[in-house]
Design a binder for this molecule. Structure first.
Ligand SMILES: NC(=O)c1ccc[n+]([C@@H]2O[C@H](COP(=O)([O-])OP(=O)(O)OC[C@H]3O[C@@H](n4cnc5c(N)ncnc54)[C@H](O)[C@@H]3O)[C@@H](O)[C@H]2O)c1
Length: 228
């Protein structure tokens, strides 16, 4: 089984790579942080490819002939209230988070169709389900990922390709290292951020046959944040 994980140089992507490799997958990680990506891949005994998810040529070069699992995990974030959002910042974030997910699914489909099966996992967020002040572009991109996941699941079901999204709450990674004190923690009933491995368990579930009847849905892993 072959899995390609974007944004795999660090954070959640590196953890997902470690988990899937431990489960026997042949794992390829893609990222724009080439030095760190090579280092992570060497540490985990997996492969690294330079893959800017906004670049269709990078996708064409990164997708192997056979592909069982694609995790569209790469993402960026910035904080700008609605009235202060700039077109440049908006376009950049939408290009990576939303268009990158579109290009990834498009690039993976031929290999998965040839294989007669596949699992695509798109990384959304609790901020794709609910609003959050200051995150106009990020919430837009993550809500779009959830919607795209459902449409893709409908279009690809007869090919044996399942498409699901995950919606993590706060997770301890470099992405939220600079977040305002506590971030979502005060609003999280479990009272902490997730460890990356707690998100990787969901990836392993959605990647494999334990989730063979699961498609077109979003799995929320948020310590209870959205239960309010
Ligand atoms: N950390 C959280 O609290 C949290 C919560 C919910 C969802 N998420 C989502 O989880 C995913 C992983 O984020 P993380 O928390 O591990 O953060 P992270 O910043 O540690 O990891 C993101 C990775 O994506 C890579 N990346 C950025 N732009 C890229 C591009 N154009 N092409 C390829 N790779 C690119 C980065 O280099 C980095 O390695 C993201 O989609 C993020 O939005 C994070």
């Amino acid at each position: 089984m072959i899995a390609l994980i974007t944004g795999g140089a660090r954070g959640q992507g590196a953890s997902h790579a470690e988990r899937l490799a431990a489960e026997g997958y042949e794992v390829i990680i893609g990222d724009v942080l080439d030095d760190l990506g090579e280092e992570t891949a060497a540490r985990l005994g997996i492969a690294y490819r330079h893959l800017d998810v906004t670049n269709p040529d990078d996708w064409a070069a990164a997708v192997p002939e056979r592909l069982d699992v694609l995790v569209n995990n790469a993402g960026i974030i910035h904080v700008n209230p609605l009235v202060e959002e700039t077109l440049e910042a908006w376009n950049r974030l939408i290009a990576v988070n939303q268009t990158g997910t579109l290009l990834g699914m498009q690039a993976a489909i031929p290999a998965m169709r040839a294989n007669g099966r596949g699992s695509i996992i798109n990384v959304a967020s609790i901020f794709g389900v609910t609003g959050s002040e200051g995150y106009i572009a990020y919430t837009a991109s993550k809500a779009a990922i959830i919607a795209m996941t459902k449409t893709a699941a409908l279009e690809l079901a007869t090919d044996g390709i399942r498409v699901n999204a995950i919606c993590p709450g706060g997770v301890s990674t470099p992405m939220n290292a600079s977040e305002p004190e506590g971030g979502v923690v005060p609003l999280t009933p479990l009272g902490r951020r997730a460890h990356v491995s707690e998100i990787s368990g969901a990836i392993a579930f959605l990647a494999g046959d334990d989730s063979s009847f699961v498609t077109g849905t979003e799995l929320i892993i948020d310590g209870g944040y959205l239960a309010r």
